[in-house]
Ligand binder design. Structure first.
Ligand code: S3P
Length: 433
């Protein structure tokens, strides 16, 4: 198990790029796999999570080439061309891979079993299994968790599903199953969640209608292969956005970041705290909006986070809690109970980490109250959660002494090269095995 040691530094500066978007990379492989023709992906995230999806797709009989860094060519097998894998499919740490594959595999003529690493084996899967069963899928979980066993050959029919939790993974799994179902499949969201699946289905020629939180799809004759240019991952950029707010020496520019409005709630939250942020050079990467994000240091004030922003920033709370720790006054996050079922219980694990560096906080069932103040050094256990590890790495910008972060190997699931990039912009970070 590797650790990070991060010493206080004089602050960060410079222009940088972050690796490709994880959510979009997973989806490009899955849709490419069932499309007719070759899908060419650039900017693909070569992190462990997406490589789990890539391996799974290959084991389903799809030929995948990797001609260069960030480039993937997927020779689609067509909507009905996937083949039975020769054993269980291991999703590693990737919740998105497991949940989206549940939707896709429910509609195949063969059986599949999905497993993952210790963290993924603890995560809830009934939220996906339930609506899929109501479409006719035959799925078993073990006490609600993986392994997930899917019996092939089910005839699926469309449903109208009102999701009890705001989850893009649940929505996406149901929509993917809907590609094979008889009749229309509709998902109603309790709050807006990331819409990459809807956008990408449209790029592959599938008619998707999305209006006011209601998304519908009907089974197409086929998906047409396309090119996917994956933008920089906003969730990876988030660490450097917060780092620049709390500790930039000069303006920091993060180039080529996906700024889909269903992902950028963090920008609004930081703006409420008084952050100095600008989106410039707007353009698009296929179906997704892209911009450069300019950040200048600012004095942040504690805020009460509007609950409507929570699903739009769901993966950014570890970084945001660090911003709150560096702000003046109290910050209150509520309505965020979903954080408890991410790669770790991010409310409990972040609270313990903040305790370790001397930041006062109070754990709530659905959030956290944080009192901004001086940060000390300390030893933080990331519990194998990549985003917790990276959040405490940037906290070092305001810490009075070194922070040791334990169990950071999973940073490579979403952000390969994080340590090098962090050092390049000025963090004093060392890795120790
Ligand atoms: C994701 C959806 C979110 C997010 C995850 C990626 C996706 O999960 O936390 O990192 O790609 O659809 P939920 O659907 O559980 O909110």
């Amino acid at each position: 198990m590797a650790d990070f040691f991060v010493e206080p530094s004089a602050g960060i500066a410079g222009r940088l790029r972050v690796p490709g978007d994880k959510s979009i990379s997973h989806r490009a492989l899955m849709l490419g796999a069932i499309a007719a023709g070759t899908t060419r992906v650039t900017g693909f995230l070569e992190g462990e999570d997406c490589l789990s999806t890539l391996q799974a797709v290959a084991r389903l009989g799809v030929t995948v080439h990797r001609p260069g860094p960030g480039e993937v060519h997927v020779e689609g097998a067509g909507l009905r061309g996937l083949k039975a894998p020769d054993g269980v499919l291991d999703m590693g740490n990737a919740g998105t891979a497991m949940r989206l594959f549940m939707g896709l595999m429910s509609a195949q003529p063969f059986d599949t079993e999905l497993i993952g690493d210790a963290s993924l084996m603890r995560r809830p899967m009934e939220r996906v299994a339930k609506p899929l069963r109501s479409m006719g899928a035959r799925i078993e979980t073990q006490d609600g968790r993986p392994p997930v066993r899917i019996q092939g050959g089910a005839d699926l029919h469309g449903i109208r599903y009102e999701m009890p939790v705001a989850s893009a993974q649940v929505k996406s799994a149901v929509l993917l199953a809907g590609l094979y179902a008889q009749g229309e499949t509709t998902v109603v969201e309790p709050a807006v969640t990331r819409d990459h699946t809807e956008r990408m289905l449209q790029s592959f020629g599938v008619a998707v209608t999305a209006r006011g939180g209601t998304v519908s799809v009907s089974p197409p004759a086929q998906l047409e292969a396309t090119s996917v240019a994956v933008p920089g991952d906003f969730s990876s950029a988030a660490f450097f956005i917060v780092a620049a707010c709390i500790g930039a020496r000069e303006p920091v520019v993060i180039e080529g970041v996906g700024v889909n409005p269903t992902r950028t709630g963090l920008l609004e939250m930081l703006a409420l705290m008084g952050a100095d942020l600008r989106l410039v050079n707007h353009r698009s990467a296929g179906a997704e909006p892209v911009a450069d994000i300019e950040v200048r240091p600012a004095r942040l004030r504690g805020v009460r986070v509007p609950e409507r922003l929570v699903p739009l920033a769901i993966d950014e709370f570890p970084a945001f809690f660090v911003a709150a720790a560096c702000a003046e006054g109290e910050t209150l996050v509520t309505g965020a109970e979903e954080l408890r079922v991410k790669e770790s219980d991010r409310i409990a694990v972040m609270a313990r980490g903040l305790d370790a560096v001397g930041v006062r906080n109070e754990v709530l069932p659905d959030g956290l109250r944080i009192e901004g103040g001086p940060l000390g050094g300390g030893v933080v256990d990331s519990h194998g959660d990549h985003r917790v590890a990276m959040s405490f790495a940037i906290a070092s910008l305001r810490a009075s002494a070194a922070i040791q972060i334990r169990d950071v190997a999973n940073v490579a699931t979403s952000f390969p090269g994080f340590a090098d990039l962090a050092r390049a912009v000025g963090l004093k970070l060392h890795e120790r095995p």
